[in-house]
Design a protein around this ligand. Structure first.
Ligand SMILES: Nc1ncnc2c1ncn2[C@@H]1O[C@H](COP(=O)(O)OP(=O)(O)O)[C@@H](O)[C@H]1O
Ligand SMILES: [Mg+2]
Length: 222
């Protein structure tokens, strides 16, 4: 879907602050990997949170699958779009790695056997099987990040947003993540990757958007 996410002249400011975005427009394709890059403070994380409905715009319109996002619940947006936070430890809450993966599916009423099977796939894919019974907060930073990505994929979202996914991962783990993302690309899951990592960006961005001061500086398709 070419206009999977559409931002139409959106404006946003944090309380009492200046406008971070002032009439920004952008469309994101569901079947494409888009990288957003740009210096610190250029608004990348804010943009991701706006798309997810976590932050509310002051003017303009956002549509997801051509539906006005203002009328969507956070839960609905979260079903369509998986979001991996810049600080993944903030999205981990369960008592074990395994529960972290299965819990959201169980809540939705997925059969335990199916949830377990899918969790096992993720544990293998992300090399987390060794820590399946560990408390997520005690994992290494790299493990937390992999777990956060795995947890988001449990839902089979149509699109995922990854905020600085390679931060604090070593080269080997970045390769692992790359392989998983390639697999998702092959399954036609679109993604928005927020990243400074040029190597990673080159590997994954079919389109690279550069933000500066809340404005699009460059938007190039490869
Ligand atoms: N919770 C917040 N309250 C006020 N200002 C914020 C908050 N979060 C970010 N900002 C400001 O918004 C701007 C964009 O930040 P951010 O979206 O985090 O940029 P990036 O992810 O590109 O580094 C920065 O000037 C930052 O200081
Ligand atoms: Mg950021």
């Amino acid at each position: 879907m070419d206009k999977f996410i559409e931002l139409k002249e959106i404006s946003f400011s944090y309380k009492k602050g200046r406008n971070i975005f002032d009439g920004l427009s952008m469309t994101l394709d569901c079947k494409e990997s888009t990288v957003i890059t740009g210096s610190n403070g250029s608004g990348k994380t804010t943009l991701a949170k706006i798309i997810m409905g976590i932050l509310k715009i002051s003017s303009g319109e956002i549509t997801i699958m051509r539906e006005n996002a203002a009328h969507m619940s956070l839960g609905k947006t979260g079903e369509l779009i998986g979001y991996v936070f810049q600080h993944p430890e903030r999205q981990l809450f369960a008592a074990s790695v395994f529960d972290e993966l299965t819990f959201p599916l169980m809540i939705k009423g997925t059969a335990a056997a199916e949830a377990s099977a899918r969790a096992q796939e993720m544990l293998d894919l992300f090399e987390l099987d060794k820590v399946r019974d560990s408390y997520p907060h005690f994992l290494s930073y790299g493990e937390k990040r992999r777990l956060a990505v795995a947890a988001v994929l449990m839902n089979k979202p149509k699109y995922i947003i990854l905020d600085e996914p390679t931060a604090s991962l070593d080269a080997k783990r970045i390769d692992t993540l790359s392989r998983v993302l390639k697999k998702l690309e092959d399954e036609n899951i679109g993604m928005l990757i927020i990243s400074h990592d040029r190597e990673f960006t080159k590997r994954h961005g079919q389109r690279i958007i550069e933000l500066e001061g809340g404005k699009i500086l460059n938007d190039v398709r490869y």
